[in-house]
Design a protein around this ligand. Sequence first.
Ligand SMILES: *Cc1c(COP(=O)(O)O)cnc(C)c1O
Length: 405
Amino acid sequence: MNNKDKSFSPDNGLEHAINLLREVFLEQDELPDTCPDIGIGELDTLNLLAPHVLGRAAHLGRPDVFAHMDPPTPWITWATALWNASLNQNLLHPATAPFAIEAEEKVIKWLTPFFGMNGGHMCSGSTVANLTALWAARDTKGIRRVIASESAHLSIKKSANILDLSYEEIATNTHGQLDSEQLDDISDACLVLTAGTTATGEIDPLELAGQAKWTHVDAAWTGPLRLSPTHAHLLNDINKADSVSISAHKWFFQPKDSALIMFQDPELANSAISFGGGYLATPNIGVQGSRGAAAIPLLATLIAWGKNGIVEHIDKSMLMANKLASELAKEDSIRLWAKPKTGITVFRPLACSTEDFYQRLPEGMLSTCILQNKTWLRSVAANPLADIDTIISTIYNVIHGNNTG
Ligand SMILES: *Cc1c(COP(=O)(O)O)cnc(C)c1O
């Protein structure tokens, strides 16, 4: 390539960027207050920004981090995300992204059979995936009502709102699952079942799938468990759904923004959610217009790790969550919400306030949630690099008042 503008070609500044990833930053220089007229150049910009961008973020692969659904990402995804950024392919235009489109088709073809689905596409998150599913339900089946449990993710209510559909919230049973006894006639409705509620990781009764006019399973968190021979049964009956969403930037270890919306009948769904336009060679499917090649890091991860590699990381995380829960269950001054179903362990101290307890834990170790009007501590097994013994002993020390600082 004969390009004099060096800003657009590979440069050893990129190596510097990688080296900065390994550094620890103690000091930061202030950023300019206003948009600078004259740029400082790429290398100085990396040096200026590194302490902010790299130094002021949680490091999700730290051994004591067990707090949120955001996983650390494997380096193969950094490399392929860099390729993506440099190519800036647009899935909207097949001409700019012939292989990226193939990559997405391949990923969809590899993953949909685990869920009994037959097609779909990628999008920026399960919020958009859920919106896409309800949109397809409305415009293929004439659905006007959405029914979900009170523990469903807020994106379901948000989507119903955007689509002008009525939203009915069903109470949960003592396990935190949608209480099927509270359902009346659902034959004209879209039933949304959550496979892995965001707060406690509960799975709604998936055997209800197929009984409503459209069933959508929000498997944003737990979907990848379907690949695990040990845990796949937790999502039995998901194959009877009409649509399934998964956030690949959760338990598929992808950088954001990466999610899948999958359909039982993709032709039918696509007929409702596709729009053509004068400048488009092929119709635009789904909510987003221009979108990047999120399939490439996912494809790379699936090839580099294989299905077994993904499963190994998820299974290990599940084991750690279960170990944490069984240790907590031995403590008289701890109330465990329930045995964790899908890697989310929720508990609360009985001898002090949850806030006090939380303050005494290292930052980023756990998160909190509100259940039954009380604050609970929540741990999410998204980090396969966690050292569960250290986490358990840190919590133990807080329980028993040994202040380790
Ligand atoms: C995380 C989550 C979502 C939202 O997914 P995003 O990828 O954050 O948009 C939806 N539903 C459930 C159950 C979730 O856990």
